[in-house]
Write a protein that binds this ligand. Sequence first.
Ligand code: GN1
Ligand code: MG
Length: 358
Amino acid sequence: MELNLDSEVLLAFGYTKETATITQIGSGLINRTYLLSPLSEDQKYILQNINTSVFRKPEDIANNLKAIADYLSINYPDYLFIKPVSTVDGKEMAMIESEYWRMLPFVPNTVSLDVLSEPQQAYEAAKQFGKLSALLNNFDASLLEPTIPGFHDLGLRFEQFTAALNTTTKELKGKAKPQIDDALKHKYILDYYESYSHREDFPDRVMHHDTKISNVLLNAETFAGICVIDLDTIMPGKFISDLGDMMRTYLCAFSENEKDLSKIKIRLPYFEAMVKGYLSEMKNILTETEKELILFSGKYIIYMQALRFLTDFLNGDIYYPTAYPTQNLDRAKNQFKLLHELTVNEKELQDIIEEHLA
Ligand code: GN1
Ligand code: MG
């Protein structure tokens, strides 16, 4: 636990170690997150350190969020968009010893889940992510900066994988042989994506880009969806990014860290609930072409995530933190299994989609 936060961080937001308590929370792989509880008020805050080796221009995050917050407050004033709290000198972020910090209000009476235990939670979450894109349908997505350039560019991810293949050690390559074969065997997913990516009826939209369940706040009693959080990767993208990452993270009862591959299965009721929730907001917005790509979104994101874990393993684990040496390879295996499960259940899944598009 790194709780020895520099007191300057607290001071930047008007607190000291005497006026607030700090605890580390959250399970994200990228940013460090703390809960700040002022002793003299009920409002709590989320304090986050932005990982600048991932987000190279944190001011892009701040500018994107400001542009979106301004648009939403004019057009949809009732929508709850969690924007950062200003520092005492009126900035969106504090820079302390070349690290960036920002603070967000903690929304009372809400919970965020690490795992889904009921299909209704998939419905609520998918509805919230769909709603964000739906409300921003007339907002010009090109006004947003890509906070991580090429983040969900499958072509780039494939290039990074082939570059890693060329520079990795013989040993790592040997260990990953079956997964490398899997990566090459599924390259048709990239080819298919590229056959669509420049079409006008497959537009860039405002995407959240990290739609796991813990990034939705639910009402603590009713579990109704309240809002989405973790907004650093809001940037232009294809709709398949958000829907695909929901498929990747909601459909299986076990996460990417599960090593027992026999547990990696698709839960149809969760799929149905997720599709229903997403389409309740996006059905009238998606183009006919996009509607044809609903199931493909899962293949696209799961394949990309498998490539990303495999690439990181081949590169010697330089991006994703690991708890043991072959964890990134195990994560890649897990994701290829999930991709396989999605593919073998394709017919049933597509029937569910058709039903909800009708
Ligand atoms: C990272 O930090 P976290 O867990 O929110 C990653 C996502 C991956 C995810 C896999 C900026 O997200 O793209 O899907 O790990 N975020 C970044 O667990 O790379
Ligand atoms: Mg995240």
